[in-house]
Design a protein around this ligand. Structure first.
Ligand SMILES: Nc1ncnc2c1ncn2[C@@H]1O[C@H](COP(=O)(O)OP(=O)(O)OP(=O)(O)O)[C@@H](O)[C@H]1O
Ligand SMILES: [Mg+2]
Length: 515
């Protein structure tokens, strides 16, 4: 179904047909000109062949006429000529030869005796197209036939040629005019019946616009009872137009719905991009806030830790002075209290020192280099072993492990993880500590594992917070700052750290260095 679309409809083909006179079209028509040329060529060729045949037959007939005349001369004149020659009657011979040359187409005749002494001739010899004939003159003398001489006759062919030329010209001229007129007539008929309709079809299609409603195609001619090829063509074109209009309308609808989809998608994309920008702005603002708060907190922690040290040392120093100089005056209970004050101050000193180190790690600028982790781990293991040479520990450090990172920070990281493993396997009869690496596709994952006391996985996340401990200080000494330091170093390298463990079976601390 074709939908109504805007646009001026093209004019009907009939009116366009009438716009140009048929003779004007006839002159411009190329098919017509080619047709005329071919008809003229073909009929000229046939005319030429037939005319040549006709002329040849005429020529043969005329030449045969001369032959008949020569035969007549032979039968009619020879006896009297032979008799005149026998009598050597020159006058009579001359009369007879004149009689021969008066015959049509005979140009000249001569008689010559066998000895060459007598020669009589008549007629003229001024032509190039001729037919010669020599006939012996014989005479019967007392029962014996004797050759007296020879009659030579020359027939003129020019007349034949002239007649043939005239005839050829007449035939060619008449045939030429006839052919030309018939060709023009055929051309006119072909134009009327075929080519003018082809031209109107061409005009119709040159104005054809699928987007505008079209007047139905119609040829300027009377309707026929029995349809011919042009009717079939027009019908086929109309069917094609219908199908085209339907296809165009389908396409148009599909295109419109596509346009709607595209607009909707564009809107959704714009909305998403607006939301994204908004989100990015908020994240950036929040990150900046966090960074500022973090920096403030780090500075605060540092200054608090730093400033706490002076009064703490005063407390510790004066407690020492009291113990040393007035210890003998104190009761045993007062001495015990004083010892506790000193131990508390000592512990606080250690805690402040750890806090300052942690804070220092957060502030420090890191310098990335290629670090041999295996060598670093071996070095830490050697130091641990040297501090407690009596302990038997099986070390398994995978050779050739390398990573890009800050060498100083990575040493602190390994010292903490291997130090923990060393510490929390302290009560194992056969302690085993491993440091290895595996790559499951997203970059290397390093892990330190041991078969020590282990821990409850419930608290796995908490371990990385400062001062969070799962074991009592009497069992395993420590401040609980080691894993917080590890976590901070890993985060500063853009990696992740996590812990796995089971009470009584051991622990495994894994980390990556860059995501
Ligand atoms: N290898 C381990 N096996 C069992 N538990 C562990 C292991 N490593 C750490 N933990 C648990 O995690 C807690 C936190 O460890 P972290 O290293 O932060 O502190 P710490 O070792 O107690 O003290 P320090 O500050 O001297 O390192 C420990 O107190 C311990 O309970
Ligand atoms: Mg530790």
């Amino acid at each position: 179904m074709s939908e109504p679309l805007a646009g001026p409809p093209p004019g009907p083909p009939e009116s366009a047909d009438r716009a140009m006179p048929p003779w004007g079209e006839l002159r411009r028509a190329r098919i017509g000109r080619r047709l005329l040329l071919w008809i003229l060529l073909a009929s000229s060729l046939v005319t030429l062949l037939l005319t040549s045949l006709q002329l040849y037959l005429d020529y043969r007939r005329d030449v045969d006429g001369i032959e008949v005349r020569l035969a007549e001369i032979e039968h009619g004149y020879l006896p009297s000529l032979a008799s005149s020659l026998w009598k050597l009657d020159r006058e009579q011979l001359q009369l007879q030869l004149d009689g021969i040359t008066r015959l049509p187409d005979i140009l000249s005749a001569e008689v010559q005796d066998a000895q060459g002494t007598l020669k009589v001739e008549s007629g003229r010899m001024d032509t190039r197209a001729e037919l010669r004939r020599s006939i012996p003159l014989t005479f019967e003398d007392r029962g014996e036939r004797r050759v007296l001489g020879e009659l030579r006759v020359v027939a003129n062919l020019e007349g034949i040629y002239r007649r043939l030329t005239e005839r050829a010209l007449i035939i060619l001229a008449s045939q030429g005019v006839k052919t030309f007129l018939i060709s023009l007539f055929i051309l006119f008929i072909v134009h009327q019946v075929v080519t003018r309709h082809l031209a109107s079809l061409a005009r119709y299609f040159s104005n054809f616009d699928i987007r505008a409603p079209q007047a139905p195609l119609a040829l300027a001619r009377k309707p026929r009872e029995v349809p011919d090829e042009l009717d079939f063509l027009v019908q086929a074109i109309r069917d094609l137009q219908d199908r085209l209009a339907r296809a165009y309308s389908d396409l148009h609808r599909a295109n419109q719905s596509l346009q709607t989809d595209i607009v909707a998608r564009q809107r959704a994309e714009d909305e998403i991009s607006r939301l994204n920008q908004d989100l990015e702005r908020r994240v950036a603002a929040r990150t900046a806030d966090l960074q500022a708060a973090n920096n403030e907190l780090a500075a605060f922690t540092y200054s608090v830790s730093h400033d706490l040290r002076a009064p703490l040392r005063t407390m510790h120093g004066f407690a020492q002075v009291v113990a040393r100089e007035h210890g003998h005056e104190l009761s045993p209970q007062a001495k015990d209290y004083l010892d506790r004050v000193q131990n508390g101050a000592q512990r606080m000193e250690t805690l402040i020192g750890d806090l300052l180190r942690l804070s220092e790690i957060s502030q420090r600028t890191i310098k990335l280099v290629e670090v041999d982790l295996s060598a670093l781990a071996q070095n830490v293991a050697n130091e641990l072993q040297a501090e407690e040479p009596g302990r038997k520990v099986q070390w398994h450090i995978e050779p050739g492990m390398a990573a890009r990172g800050d060498a100083g920070l990575l040493r602190i990281l390994l010292a903490n993880l291997l130090g923990n493993a060393w510490k929390y396997t302290g009560r194992c009869a056969t302690a085993r500590i491993e440091f290895g690496c595996e790559d499951v596709g997203a970059g290397p994952i390093y892990s330190v594992s041991d078969n020590g006391v282990g821990f409850d996985m419930k608290y796995g996340e908490k371990l990385f917070t400062a001062f969070q401990r799962l074991h009592r200080a009497e069992e395993f000494p420590g401040t609980g700052i080691g894993l917080a330091t590890v976590a901070r170093i890993v985060h500063r390298h853009g990696g992740k750290v996590w812990a796995e463990g089971k009470v009584g079976e051991g622990a495994r601390f894994s980390f990556s260095l860059a995501s």
